[in-house]
Design a protein around this ligand. Structure first.
Ligand code: G6P
Length: 610
């Protein structure tokens, strides 16, 4: 969602803020702004659109300052325009702040403040915070206390950084529900919503927890709870390098992330596979593994692509562990008064580890006594920290908004979890070894599929002008149909639907004509014959068919217009292979349409609002 960066030190903060914002742009990008204190005055520069446009505007001003804040906005309250962009300030411009999250009680607060004479200039929920802090300053409290007291009045979520021109040696930072970190440097300190924004300057960070407020000076910091208790924080060293978050020579992060899947998958597996014993080793589950063998039910909650990974896991868990498994959108789960008890294990799958609905579902689960297991990519993220136990997928930073390598890493980690639990229950050594071996071969098999990039680009050229797409799969590959369709609509804005192939007859078949491309995910497996019948049905109605099939399948060639072959593997791992051509197809179609694949319109990488 919104991105936050702040600096206090001896350097000119303006280029640092712009650079930080560029690193954060992927989170949300409908407008951006910076605010600095110079000679005791606040100077705010804001812009609708991209950070590069803000940069051009800032450069004309020849601005220099040693303390400042920057923000990229992803609109929640009020349209994306310059006025609604952050920073927001109080009436005399002495206070300004940037905010990520939603102030739920902003309307009643706005009413009270308006009655007290405060004038509002934006439509945002954020602006109330500036006036509210102002009202406490006017009561005689210092900056830190005024901010703390203001935050006590606020309901909702925030990652927040505030400056005050009369105390220009401090940044106040607070967190409730939206991630925020302090970057600790040498005679300079940073605040950011994401470590990637500060990594070029420091690897030492402090993660603020919900309910904490920090006072940051250039050579010192202090953290307290919002209710004014002392908190001792640990400075943590980040192992991620800047190289890891660069494009690495590719035109887009998305292509880089698709292409690095052999490596990201290797990283996900590294040190976790025991080929001889036919099982897996996952330290993050050690504390609950015995409980997991004996639960009544698995529940998996997630959003977006991570939810699709959950759907694949449902097939894995039920086939091999034989424990009933339910998969639910986190947003639905949290609001429907779910039945959860101590003998339920609930998995929270989230690349970012910050998705608001998934995090809320986790907290609800913990409240009700279920076992909470996080499957996250971002180390130290909220879901990772708040889960009872969990497994990092180690896919490395994923910057492209459309998730690719995180999805395949989620799947391979879910396969490792399946193997570990199934072997502790009743999976034989022989079957365990077969699965372990198949997992170990996946990275090389993905590399083989990636060699088909040129061919897939040619197919994309043929279909780039289609208005609709249908993706069909069965069993393990039904969630892949959903994911293929999601990838296409996210970045190419072509309407696409994923369906279980057999369900086609109950509706989508009515859409099929010579203009409708249909992507069949049809590897050789238990449902192969059935899916061939579905292909015949589409062919009979003139539909244009692209098939993802197992290598050596000559039969399918005569039935379809294009076929993309994938290597053989066991059914549970096929989604990791079948999804790769679909990622590339979506990518090339979007590029050929001239669209911004890394930052598709209206989407955000990390959805930290409900
Ligand atoms: C957003 C992203 C998706 C992602 C989803 C869930 O919608 O654009 O790519 O799948 O959030 O995110 P999470 O970080 O929880 O996996």
């Amino acid at each position: 969602m919104c991105g936050i960066i702040g600096y206090i030190g001896n350097k000119n903060c303006v280029p640092l803020l712009i650079e930080g914002l560029k690193r954060l742009e992927y989170r949300g990008y409908d407008s951006a702004g910076i605010g600095v204190i110079k000679d005791g005055q606040s100077i705010i520069v804001k812009n609708k659109g991209k950070v590069s446009e803000l940069q051009a505007k800032v450069e004309q001003l020849d601005l220099e300052a040693n303390i400042g804040l920057g923000h990229t906005r992803w609109a929640t309250h009020g349209i994306p325009n310059e006025i609604n962009a952050h920073p927001h300030q109080n009436s005399d411009g002495t206070i300004f702040l940037i905010h990520n999250g939603i102030i739920e009680n902003y309307k009643p607060l706005k009413k009270i403040l308006s009655q007290e004479g405060y004038k509002f200039s934006s439509e945002t929920d954020t602006e109330v915070i500036a006036h509210l802090i102002d009202s406490f300053l006017k009561k005689g409290f210092d900056f830190f206390k005024a901010t703390r007291l203001a935050l006590l009045e606020i309901e909702g979520t925030y990652g927040l950084a505030v400056l005050y021109t009369r105390e220009p040696d401090k940044i106040i930072v607070a967190r409730k529900g939206s991630p925020i970190i302090l970057g600790i440097g040498n005679n300079e300190n940073f605040v950011a919503s994401d470590v990637s924004a500060v990594l070029a300057h420091t690897k030492n960070v402090i993660y603020l927890e919900d309910g904490e407020i920090a006072l940051l000076k250039k050579d010192d910091y202090l953290v307290r709870t919002i209710t004014d208790d002392e908190v001792i924080k640990e400075v943590q060293e980040i192992s991620m390098t800047l190289d890891e978050i660069d494009k690495g020579g590719y035109p887009h992060f998305m292509l880089k992330e698709i292409m690095e899947q052999p490596e990201s998958l290797r990283n996900s597996i590294r040190g976790r596979l025991l080929l001889e014993e036919g099982t897996a080793k996952l330290g993050g589950l050690d504390n609950i593994i015995d409980d997991l063998l004996d639960v009544d039910r698995f529940i998996i909650t997630a959003c977006g692509t991570s939810w699709h990974a959950g759907l694949v896991a449902e097939y894995m868990f039920e086939q091999f562990i034989r424990i009933p498994t339910e998969v639910e959108y986190a947003s639905e789960f949290r609001y429907r008064n779910p039945v959860i008890n101590k003998r339920d294990a609930v998995f929270f799958i989230s690349q970012s580890g910050e998705t608001a609905d998934t995090l809320a579902a986790l907290r609800e689960t913990k409240l009700r006594g279920g076992i909470a297991i996080g499957i996250c990519n971002v180390v130290g993220s909220s879901i990772a920290r708040e889960s009872d136990s969990g497994v990092y997928i180690h896919a490395g930073p994923e910057i492209g908004v459309a998730s690719t390598k995180a999805f395949t890493s989620q799947l391979i980690v879910l396969a490792l979890i399946t193997l570990l639990i199934a072997r502790r229950k009743n999976l034989s050594l022989e079957n365990g070894r077969e699965i372990a071996k198949a997992i170990s071969r996946i990275p090389d098999q993905v590399a083989e599929i990636l060699k088909l990039n040129d061919k897939i680009e040619e197919i994309a050229e043929k279909f780039k002008d289609a208005k609709n797409f249908l993706y069909l799969g069965r069993g393990y590959n039904f969630p892949v149909a959903l994911e293929g369709a999601l990838k296409l609509k996210e970045i190419s804005y072509i309407h696409a639907e994923g369906y279980p192939a057999a369900e086609m007859k109950h509706g989508p078949i009515a859409l099929i004509d010579e203009n409708m491309p249909v992507v069949f995910i049809a590897p050789k497996d238990a449902t192969y014959d059935k899916i061939i019948s579905n292909i015949q049905e589409v062919k009979a109605r003139g539909g244009r068919i692209i098939a993802i099939a197992s290598e050596g399948d000559e039969e399918i060639k005569d039935l379809v217009e294009y076929v993309i072959y994938i290597p053989h593997t066991i059914a549970m791992l096929k989604p990791i292979l079948t999804v790769i051509p679909l990622q590339l197809l979506a990518y090339h179609i979007a590029v050929k349409k001239g669209l911004n694949v890394d930052q598709p319109r209206n989407l955000a990488k990390s959805v930290t609002v409900e």
